[in-house]
Every structure is written in structure tokens, then in C-alpha cells.
Design a protein around this ligand. Structure first.
Ligand SMILES: Cc1cc2nc3c(=O)[nH]c(=O)nc-3n(C[C@H](O)[C@H](O)[C@H](O)COP(=O)(O)OP(=O)(O)OC[C@H]3O[C@@H](n4cnc5c(N)ncnc54)[C@H](O)[C@@H]3O)c2cc1C
Length: 510
């Protein structure tokens, strides 16, 4: 254990204004918002930060082209409101950590004459709804331009090029947590809430178990937030096993393909009436996603049927890509409501039950609006007067001028650590794997500065390698464990046990 982790565990003994259960986008967003508003806040995460849904998203900051289509077809004002909010929020989020996000051009190919006015009008409306916060103007691309961008596509009638935002979800999640820590909040991963503490019949804290050390402690707070994502109903039932469910979890699988791209591709009509994205991602392509009802397991695995579905759907456009799969992973959407998951509105919900505030649903793109809503609701209920929110304009840790960095590794390092990249580099320039831009210094940084405690914390949610290439991650595991061992005080036996655990956990990335 590092001294930082020991100190954070001790600090959980203090009394807080707010205790957040769950360290995904929702919980990390609440921790950051609460901290900026002057509240004394703590967060506990059962696994690693972002180890749930929040590292398994399509990584788009977007209003959602499909949700706009659904809103218009079904004349659904709530859906339309969500699209407009998300379209505007994507630019705000991009400004909070510019090194972690960028505008991305996407192409919708057109194959039938009627599609030309339909998608052109739809995507112009998408621009208009973003108002002054649009990222760029949509435009028609000629068949020749489409062929130059995607030579494997069958002949088209051209396409529509439009803009959305793309971001590194696991790093943004971490940046929110670390930024809050830097301003005095407490946050601990591998720390699970196992029960609630009540005073006068109201929730005033939680029992927290340190899953690394096996110890337990009581954490007291004036209000407790359940931000457990797909597990939120399970957490509510720690309070009252009879509570009816709020969520219908749905699984979404992604494949990472050896298919380098510059521009994203939106395939607007799958057999089940959804859209598919093929997006540039770490020099490869990210293909997703599916939408199937699924149990709320902590480490969902992509089902073979989901992998086949994705390959089948993309085949008419780009041919057989089955030999190019380098990684596959799956995440669970915490969808609010009951019914067919592809039609459930991606809106969020705040539900208060005996002083436990559950915040669920929403999207990564709207995490800040969700956090605002939650903090203001708690403040109103408890009679707190808070200063106005500044989360729309407060940069996150790592924002700053790009330091001089060597070619080859520099781009990836800046995209992960921003202005702190030179400090990471100074800890060790030796590559973790020959010819790959992942450095040994990153492992040391992850343990010392980013609360990584297990090999997969490092390989997945600090370096991102495990999401891009399962085989390479497996190859790097022993070296990562070797570098972590002295920093965390592991003897040979402990190191081997953690290595074995990591090998077993690698397919589910937990
Ligand atoms: C396939 C897919 C693609 C998506 N793509 C996009 C996209 O491109 N853009 C977008 O805006 N949104 C997207 N989303 C939605 C977005 O990813 C989610 O809305 C968001 O990540 C949910 O975050 P969360 O914090 O609520 O849940 P999670 O990230 O799952 O976090 C909940 C956390 O709570 C922890 N936890 C559970 N129980 C306990 C306990 N007892 N004690 C302590 N901790 C506990 C879990 O370990 C977990 O880490 C996508 C979702 C999916 C599934």
C-alpha cells in the first residue's frame, strides 16, 4: 500500500457533507461538482475508477444522431431536450480537458436517392440545435470524396460529413477524481459500500470495506449519493430489499479492429433499427455497439453473438473484418425505466429514499449536468446555501501548455497526461513492450500519482493498452507487476497471486 492510500483511508474517518458511492462518470462528476461548491466530499469505488460502464463507452461527446431521429419520429420532447442539452454540453466538456477530447469528423454514406435529403436535413438540424456551440458545419461529400476517405465502401451517392466530439473516457473519469482530490476531497478505489448507517431512520453514511486489505470502517456524511450505475438497484436494496427496480441494464459490446481511420463512419441503419459507429481509436478502429437486455454483472463480457452481429453488420460496407479483431469488451447501460432498451430515453433520474440519493441514467456527455442537478437537489433538501457552480469553466488536472516531448511517444503521452506528460516521461522512458509507445515511467506514475493498485488498473484505465490490444496487454502484465511490486510492497507470493488474478480478469477488464 502507498502512503497516499493509507492517508486517504484514515481521512475516511472524518465526517463529510456528501459521501458518493461509485467512481464512474456519474460519481466522479458529483465529487467534482460538490468539491467546487465548497462541500466536504468523499467517494468510494468498489473496483477501480471507471472500471464499470464509464471506460466502456463509444467515447463520443455527442447529442446522438439516432436520438434526434427518434425524437422527431416519435414527437418526443423529452428526447429532443436531451439531444439539445448534450449537443451544447459536448463543447463545454471538451473545454475542461482539451488534451483528452477533440472534434471528430464523421461520414454518413448515402446509397439511395431518398437518403440524400433525409440525412442532409437531419444533420443540418443537428448543427442548428447545437446553437453557438456547434463544432463545425455539416456538408455534402461527393462520391469521389467518400471513395477517397473509405476506399472499401461500395459505390455511394456521396455522403454527409458532420462533427461530434471524441474523448478518452477512462482518463476523463480519472481527471475528475484527481482534480477533486487536489482540492481536498477524499476518493478511494477498491473500497466497497456494503451497508448503510442510519440516524433517526435516515441514511447518514455507509460501511466501507477496503477490498485490498480486507478491513472495514464506518464513513459518516450528511447525505449519501448512490452513483453505482448498473449496480444502483443492488445498492438501493442494501437499504431496503423490497424496493422496486429503477433500471433496465442493457449491454453494449465494442470491437477494436486493426483498421486505421482518420474520419469516423456512421452506418445509419442496422437490422434492428439502430446505428453503428466505426471510429478512429488509438491508431485502430472502434466498432460498436450492440443493445441487449443483460443482468447487472460487475464485469460483463462480450457475447459471441454480439461479436458476430457487429462483424455481420459491417460486412456489406467494408467486407470481412473478422481477421482484424484485436480486442473486444462490453459495458452495461444503466437505463432508467422498463421496456425495450433501444427506445428508452437516455435521460437521468434523481430518486431520494430515506436520505439516500440515487443518481442514474444519462450519458457520459451530460455527466456535469447530472452532477449539478444532484448537488442542487441535496442542497435544497438540506437547506444548504452554495456558491454558484463553476464546473463549466474550471479546467481539470493536466490542462496546460504541451511540454516538449519526443516523437513517437509524445502524441500518446500528451493525449493521456496533458501538461504533466514531461513529468511522466522523467520517471522512465523505457518501453513496456518493444516498439510500442507505452513507457515504464507510466506504471510508476500510475501507482504514485493516480491510485493504481492492481496490474489491470494500470494496463486498462491508466495506459489504455488493454482496451486496444488484449494480447499485448497480456504480454505486458508480468513487467507491469514487476514494476508495481516494490512501490506497493508486494512480496513474490503476493505479486504472483495478483498476476494470476489479472490474467483471469483480462477478458472482462475488471
Ligand atoms: C456500450 C455503451 C456505449 C456508450 N457510449 C456513450 C457515448 O459514446 N457517449 C456518451 O455520452 N455516453 C455513452 N454511454 C453512456 C455512458 O457510458 C454511461 O451513461 C456512463 O458511463 C454511466 O456512468 P456511471 O458512473 O453511472 O456508471 P459506471 O461507470 O458503471 O459507474 C458505477 C460504479 O459504481 C461502482 N459500484 C457499484 N456498487 C458499488 C458499491 N457497493 N460500492 C462502491 N462502488 C460501487 C462500480 O464499480 C462502478 O465503477 C455508453 C454506454 C454504453 C454501455
Amino acid at each position: 500500500m502507498t502512503p497516499e492510500r493509507a492517508a486517504l483511508w484514515e481521512r475516511l474517518g472524518e465526517e463529510f457533507d456528501l459521501l458518493v458511492i461509485g467512481g464512474g462518470a456519474t460519481g466522479a462528476g458529483v465529487l467534482w461538482e460538490a468539491t467546487l461548491r465548497g462541500l466536504k466530499a468523499a467517494l468510494v469505488e468498489a473496483g477501480d475508477f471507471a472500471s464499470g460502464t464509464s471506460s466502456r463507452s463509444t467515447k463520443l461527446l455527442h447529442g446522438g444522431v439516432r436520438y434526434l431521429e427518434l425524437a422527431l419520429r416519435r414527437l418526443d420532447r423529452r428526447q429532443l431536450r436531451l439531444v439539445v442539452d448534450a449537443l451544447r454540453e459536448r463543447k463545454v466538456v471538451m473545454g475542461l480537458a482539451p488534451h483528452l477530447a477533440r472534434p471528430l469528423r464523421l461520414l454518413t454514406p448515402l446509397f439511395r436517392p431518398l437518403e440524400v435529403p433525409y440525412y442532409w436535413t437531419g444533420l443540418r438540424l443537428y448543427d442548428l440545435l447545437a446553437g453557438g456551440r456547434r463544432l463545425g458545419a455539416s456538408r455534402y461529400a461527393s462520391p469521389r470524396e467518400v471513395r477517397a476517405l473509405f476506399p472499401d465502401l461500395p459505390p455511394t451517392l456521396g455522403g454527409v460529413l458532420y462533427w461530434d466530439g471524441q474523448f478518452l473516457d477512462y482518463r476523463l473519469n480519472l481527471a475528475l477524481v484527481l482534480s477533486a482530490l487536489a482540492r481536498g476531497a477524499v476518493a478511494l478505489n477498491h473500497a466497497e459500500a456494503t451497508g448503510f448507517l442510519l440516524r433517526g431512520g435516515r441514511v447518514q453514511g455507509a460501511v466501507v470495506r477496503d477490498r485490498l486489505m480486507g478491513r472495514e470502517r464506518e464513513v459518516w456524511a450528511k447525505a449519501v449519493v448512490n452513483a453505482a450505475g448498473p449496480q444502483a438497484d443492488r445498492v438501493r436494496r442494501l437499504l431496503d430489499p423490497a424496493l422496486p427496480p429503477l433500471l433496465t441494464p442493457s449491454s453494449g459490446a465494442h470491437l477494436v479492429l486493426d483498421y486505421p481511420l482518420e474520419v469516423g463512419l456512421l452506418l445509419p441503419r442496422t437490422r434492428d433499427g439502430r446505428v453503428l459507429f466505426l471510429l478512429p481509436y488509438g491508431g485502430r478502429a472502434l466498432l460498436g455497439t450492440t443493445d441487449l437486455p443483460a443482468p447487472p454483472t460487475p464485469c460483463p463480457l462480450p457475447q459471441e453473438a454480439e461479436v458476430q452481429y457487429l462483424l455481420e453488420e459491417v460486412r456489406p460496407y467494408l467486407g470481412d473484418l473478422s481477421g482484424r479483431v484485436r480486442a473486444a469488451w462490453s459495458g452495461l447501460r444503466p437505463l432508467v425505466g422498463q421496456g425495450e432498451t433501444r427506445f428508452l430515453v437516455r435521460d437521468h433520474l434523481v430518486r431520494e429514499e430515506r436520505g439516500l440519493y440515487t443518481l442514474v441514467g444519462g450519458k457520459w456527455t451530460t455527466f456535469r449536468l447530472m452532477a449539478l442537478d444532484l448537488v442542487e437537489r441535496v442542497a435544497a433538501d438540506l437547506g444548504w446555501r452554495l456558491p454558484p457552480s463553476s464546473s463549466h469553466r474550471t479546467p481539470l488536472l493536466g490542462v496546460g501548455p504541451r511540454p516538449p516531448l519526443p516523437e513517437g511517444v509524445g502524441e500518446r503521452l500528451y493525449a493521456h497526461y496533458g501538461a504533466l506528460a514531461a513529468q511522466v516521461l522523467a520517471l522512465g522512458e523505457r518501453p513496456l513492450l518493444p516498439g510500442r509507445p507505452y513507457l515504464e515511467g507510466e506504471v510508476v506514475w500510475a501507482v504514485r500519482r493516480e491510485l493504481a493498485a492492481k496490474p489491470l488498473d494500470v494496463l486498462a484505465r491508466r495506459l489504455g493498452l488493454a482496451f486496444l490490444d488484449g494480447e499485448a496487454a497480456a504480454e505486458a502484465l508480468p513487467r507491469v507487476a514487476h514494476l508495481m511490486a516494490p512501490l506497493l510492497g508486494w512480496n513474490e507470493e503476493k505479486k504472483e497471486a495478483l498476476l494470476e488474478e489479472a490474467r483471469r480478469a483480462l477478458p472482462g477488464l475488471c
